[in-house]
Each structure stands twice: as C-alpha cells, then as structure tokens.
Design a protein around this ligand. Structure first.
Ligand code: ZN
Length: 326
C-alpha cells in the first residue's frame, strides 16, 4: 500500500506491530533513473511485508534505489540490510552510522550499568534485551555512505540538503527540498506525539542539543513537513514552539518535585511525574516496562540539562545517582 503525497513523493505506511508509535512513514522519491527510500521500519516480518509490498506496487527496483536513514533507531533502520542490494547506497550520518556499526561489532549494547545507575530495580533490568530497540534492530553489516550537514543529494529532480539535527539521536538528520519547501523530518519534529529525548554514552546534554536543533530548522521555509510517524497538524513553527514549551513545563514540574524531595533517583523521580501512555494519563505502577525505559531516559535527559546549567546537583552512592536542587 502507498499514498502519493505530491508529485513523485510517496509514502508507504509500515505498521509497527505492538508499538505505541503505530506506524513508520517510509517516504519514497520515485525516479526512472534512481529512486530514494527514506527510512524502513523494524526488522520484523510484518514490517518487511508492508515495506516490500509497497515498494513493489510503486515499481521500485532496489538495484536502482538508494536509502536515506534519518537516524539510528530500529524502527527507521531495521530493514535497511534486508532490502538493500549491493548497488544500493545507504546514507546516514557518521555519528549514527558509527553507533550502529559499534553495536553490531559488540553484538549488543550493555546499557544495564547506565539503567542501574538511574535506579532501575534489578528484576526490571533482566528484561532489557526484550525492548523493541534491541529485538528488531538491524543485525547485518551494511556499508554506509556517510553524509554531513550541508551535503546535497539529488533524486527525482529534487535537490535535497542534509541538515544535521542532533538531539533525538546524536546523529539525527533531516532532508530539505528547498525549491519545493518540503522537509523530511525523521523524528526531529512529530506532530501529535513528542519525540523522545534520552541520555546517550558520549553525547552530553541531548536536550540542549535537541532544542538547539529545533531552532536550527526553524529558519527554513517549510510548506510541507513530512514526519517519520503520524500525520501533520498545524504549522511546523507552531509545533516547534509547543515542543519547547512541553520540555519547559516538564523541567518546572521536575524542579518542584525535587525541591520537595531532595535526593531522588531518576527512576524515583519518573514515578512522581505525570505521564500519558497511548493518549491517557497513566500511573507509574501501570506503566509497561517497555515504556519505563523511555520515561526514565527522558527524565535523565532533563536532569542532565539542568545539571549542565548548574540548576541541580547529584551524588553517587556507589550504585545509583541521587539528584537535588541545592
Ligand atoms: Zn526515533
């Protein structure tokens, strides 16, 4: 199944079974010479079927198509090695591509230590490898073609500028068709869900980078924003303003809780924050574990933002970090 968006730009909805994101929007710029596929879906059977059927219906021959990966997340990259042929160029930034290759070489990412330091109980840490980000990620090596900020790719008569937008991942990138005022956003700006911001090894202050990257893209004239998930509502400028306000409100809530409860771990603090899961307010005790990884990561990213700006202090007790406002 596919939908024509405008001219030679199409989207293939790739259902992310069991995931609150619902679908990945795979975009295709179709051209008789060489087409471009933007993002792919999880490495799971249902995604593979949806993607390959959509590409076949569109008449895309992967021997004459390249892939642009907006960022390293499994729901965007998982199927790239499954659909790429030896003639397919796979574009990604060096930062995110390098992290994928590092994980493939290591066989897994040992994030257990980091989650333990955020206060996750041991029994929950046992299930870390069940997370979709681990299960459905690409598991074959791929030779990447690295792109950087300002690079230009040309497909289907469209000149596409690479804009690096670190934050959601360390090497996230958008693609901008200046002539037609179209931006392929990946997960940098989503419209009815807020992109997850979490902590990373060797990438300090992800939320600070993210807000900076929101400002970076706000200088572009965008008539047609194309996000990696869900539909568009309102303008991009309105959405950027709303996302920044959302993070500001989260930070204020966090500071109030920490003022009253000094010494909390990121896990404990997450348990006191207000959350919405699948559109509904949710108590921490009802949280599915798969969502706790995101929630605590998000809390930790906000704490790191405050730590970098001298608004909170932290102490390590030999096992877990504890945060306070004074
Ligand atoms: Zn993502």
């Amino acid at each position: 199944m596919f939908t024509q968006i405008e001219g030679n730009i199409y989207t293939i909805p790739v259902a992310l079974v069991g995931n609150p994101l619902k679908e990945l929007n795979c975009y295709v710029i179709k051209d008789d010479e060489r087409s471009l596929v933007i993002d792919t879906g999880f490495r799971m059977n249902e995604c593979y079927t949806a993607l390959t059927e959509g590409l076949a219906e569109l008449g895309i021959d992967m021997n004459r198509a390249d892939i642009f990966l907006t960022h390293l997340h499994a729901d965007h990259t998982g199927l790239a090695p499954e659909i790429a042929t030896p003639d397919t160029r796979v574009y990604i930034t060096h930062e995110d591509g390098g992290r994928i290759l590092y994980r493939l070489r290591a066989g897994f990412i040992d994030t257990g230590a980091e989650y333990r330091e955020q206060g996750f109980p041991e029994e929950e840490l046992l299930h870390l490898n069940d997370a979709p980000s681990m299960k459905y990620t690409m598991n074959k090596f791929l030779s990447f073609t690295y792109v950087s900020d300002g690079d230009e790719l040309t497909y289907g008569g469209r000149r596409l500028q690479v804009i690096e937008t670190p934050g959601h991942t360390p090497g996230h990138a958008c693609l901008y068709d200046r002539e037609n005022k179209i931006m392929f956003l990946g997960d940098h700006v989503l419209f009815n869900i807020t992109p997850n911001i979490t902590t990373w090894p060797n990438f300090r202050d992800p939320l600070g980078h993210y807000v900076h990257s929101l400002m970076d893209i706000s200088i572009y004239d965008v008539r047609l924003p194309l996000p990696g998930h869900r539909a568009v509502s309102g303008t991009m400028a309105e959405r950027i303003g709303a996302i920044i306000e959302h993070h500001g409100a989260r930070i204020r809530e966090m500071l109030d809780i920490l003022d009253a409860n000094p010494g909390m771990t990121p896990y404990e603090l997450s348990g006191r924050m207000t959350w919405r899961v699948r559109g509904k307010s949710s108590a921490w005790s009802d949280f599915p574990l798969s969502q706790k990884w995101f929630a605590v990561g998000e809390t930790a990213a906000h704490l790191e933002y405050l730590l970098c700006r001298g608004r909170v202090k932290r102490k390590f007790d030999g096992r877990v970090w504890h945060y306070s406002t004074d």
